[in-house]
Design a protein around this ligand. Structure first.
Ligand SMILES: *Cc1c(COP(=O)(O)O)cnc(C)c1O
Ligand SMILES: [Zn+2]
Length: 388
């Protein structure tokens, strides 16, 4: 195993591996550290070519110690699709869509949950709980079922129907909460003492972000070990953004990429844009966004525990935070489907109007290599479409 320790992302306090952790004693997220010299000796870029097309190809930089603890449904190594027709319409030359709808349970939440549930098994945890706007619930329910572990899921009462069906069918216990994901999280914490479950909330345990960081490894590998110039990422809790940034640093330490970093652009909905507000106000933390409302369920996150990390990455990468309207998101779903044949989730589709804004403001240029993240399948959101 290559894990050396876990360190706090805020106060840098260090913790030994091999036991279950939630957050640091200061309340902020813990991040896994690896012996990257050891990894570099064991794994080269070329050796990856022989590996299976899942995120477990990056086994040496994942925290699971013993192979038999891995719980997998074949997650990761999703296609990076060139969007030629869309690029032409927008006057761009290199536009790609990282299509995360190919993951098990049809969203990229599978990446985080595959690794977190594997670690839960390794650490002997048996009862797992999560607050979720939808797709994290579906993913935990699936991986817990596969691992034979108990799952308790706290979801908003108005969660997308597809998520409710997935969770219910897999046999997980469902608690419906009046409110949004932060209200679900509060309810979970109230019950945690008496019920004794482990909290798998985004960045309140150290391993979901390890699963999601593999998107960064894949981008580098799929782009010939040269990172793109701009990444647009629909941001809720920010797990993917933080994970990819961590992956970039790890790959540079491994000697796999150079110091070039993409400009990271956090995309949110105007109805719930805490990160955009904080970014524009020059703040280093984000206030809770009042009355969050958006069709993009995964972006209905009014407060993120790792707000300070997200904002720091946006600034250090010379990136941006952009909010788009729900109407623009619905139009973008149509545009992506009709020009590229891809039925995107509203969260992923939000990246398109955000990109158009950056083009209008001359923040991206024709020759930039640009990646949009489609984070789930549009088929999980049929309730947004009126059928005849
Ligand atoms: C959870 C979710 C997001 C936000 O992901 P984070 O990495 O937590 O910011 C975006 N899109 C979809 C479809 C999601 O389910
Ligand atoms: Zn700390």
């Amino acid at each position: 195993m290559n894990v050396t320790e876990l360190t706090c992302s805020k106060c840098h306090l260090r913790y030994p591996p091999g036991r279950p952790y939630q957050v640091c004693q200061c309340g902020k997220p813990l991040l896994v550290q690896y012996d990257l010299d050891e990894v570099a000796r064991a794994l080269t870029r070329n050796r990856l070519l022989e590996r299976p097309a899942t995120l477990w190809r990056y086994r040496e930089v994942l925290p699971v110690e013993r192979d038999e603890n891995i719980v997998t449904l074949g997650e990761g190594f999703t296609p990076l699709v060139p969007a030629r027709r869309l690029a032409q319409k927008l006057g761009l030359r290199h536009l790609y869509i990282k299509d995360e709808s190919f993951n098990p349970t049809d969203s990229f939440k599978a990446r985080g949950m595959a690794v977190a549930v594997s670690m839960a098994r390794e650490l002997g945890l048996t009862k797992l709980a999560v607050p979720s706007a939808g797709n994290a619930a579906s993913a935990l329910a699936a991986y817990a079922a596969r691992a034979g572990l108990e799952a308790v899921i706290f979801m908003p009462r108005d969660v997308p129907q597809a998520n409710l069906v997935e969770v219910r069918t897999s046999g997980a216990r469902i608690e419906l909460v009046d409110g949004v994901i932060t209200d679900c999280a509060r309810r979970l914490v109230e019950r945690q003492q008496s019920e004794g479950y482990f909290d798998l909330s985004t960045l309140k345990e150290p391993y979901r972000v390890e699963g999601k960081k593999t998107m960064g490894y894949e981008l580098a590998e799929q782009m010939g070990w040269r990172l793109p110039d701009v990444i647009l990422y629909p941001t809720g809790g920010g797990t993917g953004l933080i994970g990819m940034w961590k992956a970039f640093d790890e790959m540079e330490a491994l000697g796999w990429i150079d110091a070039h970093r993409p400009r990271m652009v956090a995309v949110q909905s105007e109805g719930c844009a805490p990160i955009v507000r904080a970014f524009e106000a020059g703040q280093s933390e984000a206030e809770e966004f009042p009355h969050p409302r958006t069709i993009a369920a995964g972006l209905r996150v009014p407060r993120a525990i790792a707000d300070f990390l997200i904002l720091d990455i946006l600034r250090r990468s010379k990136g941006r935070a952009v909010a788009v309207s729900d109407d623009a998101i619905m139009r973008a779903i149509g545009e992506l489907a009709s020009s590229e044949g891809l039925l995107a989730a509203p969260e992923g589709a939000a990246c398109l109007p955000a990109l158009e804004r950056l083009i209008d403001e001359a923040e991206v240029s024709r020759d930039d290599r640009i990646v949009l993240f489609n984070t789930a399948s549009g088929l999980k959101y049929l309730h947004l479409f009126s059928t005849p």
